[in-house]
Design a protein around this ligand. Structure first.
Ligand code: GDP
Ligand code: MN
Length: 361
């Protein structure tokens, strides 16, 4: 789960990392008063979850004279398609230099990695591509829960010592918050010292309970619905909806779709022993994804009964074409029910998936 900038900065503040003075507002009317408490010169920063917000017009400077109009303008905007509902009124910074710092997990090396650059402010992907030598990568022993000074020195090199203290505190945040990413881009040098001008914290979703967070608000309505029913569900961007039972069979379905050059819209594993009601929920869920033209239901009837699957599909009664491959317990009864209701049931997954890809052509 991603924290918004203002939340990330509060986390940083609590950890002792210097951040600019700021106040969060939810309407343009609050801007002038917030400004009077924050600073004479401010930047209004849209709290929307997109990269490159600055370039997209989501960060506007303001003073007491201009703040009303500027806040109105910002609240009325769409930033890369997202409405502006919250704005951070933040003291404008006199920036003399921008650094980049982040900590994430390198999965292949199975350890945290600290990325540091004396050329911050830009998109890190661009920097890594164009000037890889300007981006330092320091791997951290996964048993470390705090950052030893020798590692800090390797990270910052000849950069100001103050930054070392910030790196140490940022690592504490990374560990304490069960983060998969903490990032300050840019970390800026100002006459008042080194300050985190931006902030990003992403939590490991598996640690939500330990962090005392009851709901992952980054989930779409459909993902929340899937979670409610206990489906393993991932949204992709193709046009063939997929329902399977068991992660292996469902993945194999995606693989065969890709093999025939189709594009899957999702991964949905209904789990074992799905009854008509569960299948019905799954079909309706997949059907509600925009862009789904056809749905492949590929289920193996072990403890799952094929007649129950058929009933669930019929009950859902969605408008897209559904192509079914079910095999196993009560298969004949399932087939009879489906054919009676004009659903296409094919004997092998290969045929079913080929037929689905054909529908999209
Ligand atoms: P982002 O575009 O969403 O990454 O937002 P940032 O907070 O990182 O701001 C983008 C850029 O705006 C920074 O890299 C700075 O170069 C520039 N900037 C200029 N003045 C300010 C200021 O007073 N505060 C902040 N945060 N950024 C500023
Ligand atoms: Mn930034």
């Amino acid at each position: 789960m991603k924290f918004r900038e203002y939340e990330a900065k509060q986390i940083f503040r609590d950890a002792g990392i210097p951040t600019p003075n700021s106040e969060l507002i939810v309407s343009a009317e609050e801007a002038a008063e917030a400004l009077s408490r924050v600073a004479e010169k401010v930047v209004l920063k849209a709290q929307v979850d997109v990269g490159g917000r600055g370039k997209a017009g989501g960060i506007l400077p303001a003073t007491a004279e201009t703040v009303d109009a500027t806040a109105k303008e910002l609240f009325g905007k769409l930033i890369k398609g997202l409405p502006v509902e919250k704005v951070l009124v933040e003291e404008a910074l006199e920036i003399s230099h921008e650094y980049y710092i982040s900590i994430t997990i390198d999965r292949s090396k199975k350890r945290p990695v600290i990325l540091f650059s004396e050329e911050g402010g830009v998109e890190i992907e661009t920097l890594a591509k164009e000037r890889p030598e300007a981006l330092r990568r320091i791997y951290v022993d996964p048993s470390f829960t705090t950052l030893p000074d020798f590692v800090v020195r390797n990270v910052i090199g000849t950069a100001p010592k103050e930054i070392g203290a910030i790196v140490k505190k940022l690592f504490d945040v990374f560990i304490k918050k069960d983060a998969i990413l903490v990032e300050i881009n840019p970390l800026v040098a100002t006459p008042k010292g080194i300050i985190a001008a931006d902030g990003k914290v992403i939590l490991d979703d598996n640690a939500l309970a330990r962090q005392g967070i009851s709901e992952n608000r980054d989930l779409t309505e459909r993902e929340k619905e899937a979670e409610k029913h206990g489906f393993s569900y991932v949204e992709l961007d193709g046009e063939i909806g997929v329902i399977g039972n068991g992660a292996g069979l469902t993945m194999a379905t995606l693989d065969i779709i890709a093999y025939y050059e189709g594009k899957a819209a999702n991964f949905l594993d209904v789990g074992g022993g799905a009854d008509a009601e569960r299948v019905c929920h799954a079909v309706k869920l997949v059907s509600s994804m925009p862009g789904v033209k056809v749905i492949v239901v590929n289920l193996l009837g072990g403890i799952t009964r094929c007649d129950e699957v058929a009933k669930g599909i019929i009950e859902a009664g969605v408008e897209q074409k559904i192509i079914v491959r079910i095999a196993g317990t009560n298969e004949a009864e399932g087939k009879r029910l489906l054919e009676e209701n004009n659903y296409l049931m094919l004997p092998t997954m290969d045929e079913a998936i080929r037929a689905a890809v054909e529908v999209c052509r």
